[in-house]
Design a protein around this ligand. Structure first.
Ligand SMILES: Cc1cc2nc3c(=O)[nH]c(=O)nc-3n(C[C@H](O)[C@H](O)[C@H](O)COP(=O)(O)OP(=O)(O)OC[C@H]3O[C@@H](n4cnc5c(N)ncnc54)[C@H](O)[C@@H]3O)c2cc1C
Ligand SMILES: *[C@@H]1O[C@H](CO)[C@@H](O)[C@H](O)[C@H]1NC(C)=O
Length: 604
């Protein structure tokens, strides 16, 4: 009796140990990220006096080694983001990187150790089973706390550690699998001795007792979650997956609540649920705050563009602090009901020129905002624009609605595009064909890295990935002319399928290209992979060039390294294949010049 009390206390201690390991990992990542950012900040400051930035080109060899072999390394050879596919329809997901694998292995090993240590293996089988049963039950419950923390888009650790949501999502998935396995071990360690001593019918009979029944139902819900979560299913029916997942999680929690209410591990469940509730509350408050202000509501203007894209301009109910790298969740009740989808904020505009009459309060805010020119980080904007590529769900409906409306309003030219988009409508006026709908926007999220400290910036965008790069370009060109960033060379490499995709960003690009001092710093290389005829490929100027086919990423980076000023930052946002190519080239160059690789993937 005494020893079982001791074991229960031990279970509590091991639960603490579990959370302490997480806390230590968080502390280490925090220190690492903070020192990294601090170093970048110092670098940025010194470049204001040291224009040639020779010093910053020289890498720290040890750090370069770590980046090459751990941080930027895919698990095996070069593959990381390109999806593993059985066939075109079945997507097996991506492989975690080496560093992520290390992290996941740590968590798995920790859980195995915590579930099996101090078990007296020499003693009676039933005692061993009972211990393992109790231990795995405790561990599954305590793990729910980090599991739920990692699940949310408002997880405060994202900001604190500058670790993006997709990484948390990866950890969430693996920790979830661990919890389900612990749950299964729990019921097996309960069931085997029961069946051995009393036989099947009695053992199954015990399951009718409320305590057992609740535990069983919780596990059933968890196993269904486990079965519906593999990448092919998740990606094929993302919205359905998400909602079923949330409902099942609620069911599991409700049954577990009644299963553990007598045990000390219940507090971890309460903490998990409390944290979850807070995240939902935060989401709700952000939605209200962002979309209902000064008696106004957020409105969205949808314009269908050639090449299966929609430009969404959101007239915000409240000014928004715009900075590069942001994304937001878009809700359009008319089209997507209560579902929300993440999109990068491609452009922000202070509102003087926008349509619709602003009431006085808005005008005041704008007057305040005028002091900070658009393009500068942390400028308040009153409208933001998204560019959305048509896929098969919400985005498909969005495109169809916008297209049908545009068609009604305006005659189409021979390519089937409405004149609104070909006229290169400036941001200051919406073409009359834009469809106005009510929308809700939730954000800003993202915005976790800055490129301000790099003397050389190389941006790779594949297709609609340009949305993530656009604000950086504008910010760096503006910063260069104001003398607030380190950038001396900014190169955009944009890969598109056909020249009509240029229309997606034409008005914004026109603005950027006419910015002061742009020619000194920004060069653009467009690669058109499927030109209809060679005459379409013409380079407008020396700083804006167009090529047919795919870029040779390695050569491009090599050329940039040869002319490198200061440290170099390489940002890539595109499909998995492009990211993997850029990643490989960047790893290869580690140790030569200082070079950082940053990736945004648009999927989780
Ligand atoms: C941070 C981030 C920024 C993004 N920025 C842009 C952008 O600027 N422009 C753009 O065109 N696309 C962007 N995307 C991708 C965009 O979110 C998806 O293409 C869109 O949600 C697909 O909706 P759908 O219903 O048409 O998807 P479907 O055709 O049903 O599915 C296509 C894929 O989209 C993903 N997806 C679907 N719904 C969601 C959801 N609610 N949340 C997360 N992923 C989902 C799934 O992985 C799915 O495999 C971004 C994604 C992320 C994560
Ligand atoms: C396992 O948990 C049960 C139920 O609380 C308890 O009675 C038993 O003493 C525990 N056994 C051990 C070895 O911890």
């Amino acid at each position: 009796m005494e020893s079982s009390l001791w074991y229960e206390m031990l279970n509590d201690t091991l639960c603490y140990a579990n959370l302490w390991v997480f806390a230590c990992i968080i502390a280490v990542v925090f220190l690492w990220q903070t020192s990294f950012r601090f170093a970048a900040h110092l670098r940025r400051l010194t470049t204001f006096t040291d224009k040639r930035q020779y010093y910053h080109r020289v890498p720290n060899q040890r750090l370069a080694w770590v980046k090459r072999h751990l941080l930027y390394a895919p698990l095996v050879r070069n593959r990381h983001n390109r999806e593993w596919q059985l066939s075109r329809a079945v997507n097996m997901g991506t492989l975690p990187s080496r560093f992520h694998t290390l992290l996941l292995t740590t968590i798995v090993v920790m859980n195995i150790v915590l579930c099996t240590n101090t078990v007296p293996y020499g003693s009676k089988e039933s005692t061993v089973a009972e211990l393992i049963r109790n231990r795995t039950g405790y561990m599954a419950t305590v793990n729910l706390f980090p599991l739920f923390v990692m699940s949310g888009r408002n997880n405060p650790l994202i900001r604190l550690l500058h670790v993006p949501f997709d990484t948390w999502n990866l950890l969430h998935r693996w920790l979830g699998r661990i919890v389900v396995l612990e749950g299964l071990a729990h019921i097996i360690a309960w069931g085997v001795p029961k069946v051995q001593t009393y036989g099947w019918s009695t053992a199954l009979g015990t399951l009718k007792k409320p305590f057992m029944f609740n535990g069983l139902m919780c596990l059933v819900a968890m196993v269904i979650i486990f079965l519906q979560s593999p990448s092919p299913i998740r990606h094929a029916f993302y919205e359905t997956f998400l909602h079923v997942h949330i409902v099942l999680a609620c069911v599991a929690v409700a049954f577990l609540w009644h299963h553990v209410y007598r045990y000390s591990c219940r507090y971890y469940l309460y903490a998990a649920v409390g944290f979850w509730a807070l995240q939902w509350l935060a989401r709700f408050l952000i939605l209200i705050y962002r979309n209902y202000g000064f008696g106004r509501r957020t409105a969205a203007y949808l314009e269908a563009l050639p090449g299966d894209a929609v430009r969404v301009t959101l007239q915000l109910a409240r000014p928004w602090t715009f900075s590069p790298g942001q994304y937001c969740y878009l809700y359009i009740p008319k089209i997507g009901w209560i579902t929300s989808h993440p999109f990068s904020v491609a452009w922000g505009e202070t509102g003087q020129t926008l349509l619709g009459s602003y009431d006085e309060k808005m005008a005041e805010v704008e007057a305040g905002a005028e002091t900070s020119p658009p393009g500068l980080a942390s400028a308040k904007v009153t409208s933001i624009s998204l560019l959305i590529r048509r896929r098969t769900g919400f985005t498909d409906k969005l495109f169809k609605e916008a297209y049908a409306h545009g068609r009604l309003q305006l005659p189409l030219d021979h390519l089937g595009r409405s004149s609104a988009s070909t006229l290169g409508s400036s941001m200051s006026e919406f073409p009359s064909a834009a469809l106005k709908v009510n929308a809700l926007v939730e954000g800003p999220y993202g915005n976790l890295h800055t490129l301000d400290s790099y003397g050389t910036v190389l941006l790779f965008a594949g297709g609609v990935g340009i949305t993530h790069c656009m604000p950086f370009i504008r910010h760096l060109v503006q910063g260069h002319s104001d003398g607030t960033v380190a950038a001396r060379r900014v190169t955009l490499v944009w890969i598109i399928q056909s020249p009509e995709h240029l229309d997606w960003i034409r008005p914004w690009m026109t603005t950027v290209l006419s910015m002061e001092g742009r020619r000194d710093v920004l060069r653009i290389q467009l690669f058109v992979t499927r030109p209809r005829n060679p005459r379409e490929i013409k380079s407008p100027s020396a700083t804006v060039q167009m090529f047919p086919g795919r870029p040779d990423v390695d050569t491009l980076i090599k050329m940039e390294v040869e002319h490198q000023v200061g440290a170099m930052g390489v940002l890539v946002c595109g499909n998995g294949g492009l990211s993997d190519d850029v990643r490989r080239a960047c790893r290869k160059r580690q140790g030569g010049n200082e070079l950082d690789y940053i990736e945004e993937s648009f999927t989780w």
